[in-house]
Design a protein. Structure first.
Length: 132
């Protein structure tokens, strides 16, 4: 889903020992390995395995290997790795979730044609949680 090498140029890196409180925005790609308490907005957001976000993420593409507590809006797609842990709702066109990922919330899948009525375009996918 995210194999476009041209878009892999990192514009903002938040390291593992970093903590940011507040709104984070970049027109390009954001890589997070640290902690953010606040909302993120970028073209592409990549959450590493050690990342923790308490806030909402809005981007064209979102890749999650860490933990997020908040709402996700991935315009083109959301990819959840096996180590990803999401507590919150997602809205996206394309959803990829690997075995082992944890997701607690609702997922709405928007169609590509935004000209139709919003209710007619949405499909809801619900995942049942399994106690470990």
């Amino acid at each position: 889903m995210f194999n476009n090498r041209k878009s892999d140029k990192l514009d903002l890196v938040i390291g593992e020992s970093s903590k940011i409180t507040g709104y984070v925005e970049s027109a390009g790609t954001i890589l997070v390995d640290g902690t953010i308490v606040g909302n993120l907005h970028g073209n592409k957001v990549i959450l590493g395995e050690k990342s923790y976000i308490k806030g909402d993420i809005s981007a064209n593409n979102i890749s999650i290997a860490g933990k997020i507590e908040g709402q996700l809006k991935g315009r083109d797609g959301i990819e959840v790795k096996a180590t990803g842990h999401i507590s919150g709702d997602m809205v996206t066109k394309h959803l990829s979730m690997m075995k082992g990922a944890i997701f607690n919330g609702m997922s709405s899948m928007d169609s590509a044609d935004q000209g139709q009525s919003e209710e007619a375009d949405k499909k809801v996918v619900e995942f049942a949680a399994k106690e470990r």
